[in-house]
Design a binder for this molecule. Structure first.
Ligand code: HPA
Length: 287
C-alpha cells in the first residue's frame, strides 16, 4: 500500500475528472443506485485505475463515479473490495488511500448488515456510532508511512459526531415527510444508532456467534466498512457510517440467510436510502 501507488491512482482519476471532490461515498451490496442521482457523471472502471484491484462479488459494479449533487462534487465507489474475496487487506483499503491523497475530507461508508439484536426489523437503517473489528487484522499492519498518518492512530471517535447529528436530523425530517405523505403508516424512525461488528466472512454467522456478538455489545454484523473506516481516520478524514439491515442475524428467526434476499432487501430499501444520502450530502456541503 505504498504512497507512490496512491499518488499514481489519484493522478489518473484527476486526468479523468479534474474537480475538487468534497465527499466520497462507498456503496454497499445492493445499494449502488445512489450513483444514478449524480449529474455530469464520469464513470471510471476500477480496472482502468492504476493499482486498483478488480471487484468480483455479484452485485458490485466495480466503478468509481464522479459527479455533482446538490451543488458539490462527490465520488461514489460503486462496489468495494472485500477481504473475503481473497484480496490483501491493503488492496481492500487502497481506494480510501487514494481518496485521502486526492484531498477528500469526508467519507460516507455504507453496507448491508445483519441485525444482532432482535428488535431491529429488516429494511431499517442503522447509523454506526462505533465499531468492533473482529476481522482478525488491521489494515494498518506493517510499515507505517507518515505521509498517510501516524503509527498509532487514536480510534476514540472513528465516526464523526457532527456528521452523525446531521444524519439523525435528516432521517427524522425524512420519516416525518414519509408519514405525512402516507408512505409510512406509522411514524417509524428511519435511523437508529448502533455498533457495527465486522467479521471476515464470507460465511454468515452461526446462531452461537450472533449470541456472542450481542453479549459483546454489537448491534449489527457485516463483512466490510471497518478496514475502510480505520484507514480513513488514519489519514484524518471525517467518517460517517450507515448500515442497511437486510436481515436478522442467524438464529433470531427460523429463516436461513440467503445472499439473494440480502441483495433484494438492499434494493427495496435503496430508494429511501438514496434520498437520505442525498439529504445528508446536501447538508454537509452547506457547512
Ligand atoms: N451477517 C454478516 N454480513 C451480512 C449479513 C449477516 O447476517 N447480512 C448482510 N451482510
Amino acid at each position: 500500500m505504498n504512497y507512490e501507488n496512491a499518488v499514481e491512482a489519484a493522478d489518473y482519476i484527476k486526468s479523468k475528472a479534474d474537480k475538487k471532490i468534497s465527499i466520497v461515498l462507498v456503496l454497499g451490496s445492493g445499494l449502488g443506485a445512489f450513483a444514478d442521482e449524480l449529474e455530469k457523471a464520469v464513470a471510471i472502471p476500477y480496472e482502468d485505475i492504476p493499482h486498483f484491484a478488480v471487484s468480483t462479488v455479484e452485485g458490485h459494479a466495480g466503478k468509481l463515479v464522479i459527479g455533482d449533487i446538490g451543488g458539490i462534487t462527490v465520488a461514489v465507489q460503486q462496489g468495494r473490495f472485500h477481504y473475503y474475496e481473497g484480496y490483501e487487506i491493503g488492496e481492500v483499503v487502497f481506494p480510501l488511500r487514494v481518496f485521502g491523497v486526492l484531498g477528500i475530507e469526508t467519507a460516507i461508508l455504507t453496507n448491508a448488515a445483519g441485525s444482532v439484536i432482535t428488535s431491529f426489523k429488516q429494511g431499517r437503517l442503522m447509523l454506526i456510532r462505533d465499531h468492533i473489528n473482529m476481522m482478525g487484522v488491521s489494515p494498518l499492519r506493517g510499515e507505517n508511512d507518515d505521509r498517510f498518518g501516524p503509527r498509532f492512530p487514536d480510534m476514540t471517535a472513528v465516526y464523526d459526531v457532527r456528521l452523525q447529528q446531521i444524519a439523525i436530523e435528516e432521517a427524522q425530517a425524512l420519516s416525518q415527510e414519509r408519514h405525512e405523505q402516507g408512505i409510512d403508516k406509522k411514524l417509524t424512525p428511519i435511523l437508529r444508532r448502533g455498533v457495527y461488528c465486522a467479521l471476515s466472512g464470507p460465511n454468515y454467522e452461526t446462531p452461537a456467534e450472533i449470541r456472542m456478538l450481542r453479549m459483546l455489545g454489537a448491534t449489527a454484523v457485516g463483512m466490510s466498512t471497518v478496514p475502510e473506516a480505520i484507514v480513513a481516520r488514519h489519514q484524518g478524514m471525517r467518517v460517517l457510517g450507515i448500515s442497511c439491515i437486510t436481515n436478522l442475524g442467524a438464529g433470531i428467526t427460523n429463516e436461513i440467510i440467503d445472499h439473494e434476499e440480502v441483495m433484494e432487501m438492499g434494493r427495496i430499501v435503496g430508494g429511501k436510502f438514496k434520498t437520505l444520502l442525498a439529504r445528508i450530502v446536501g447538508r454537509i456541503s452547506g457547512q
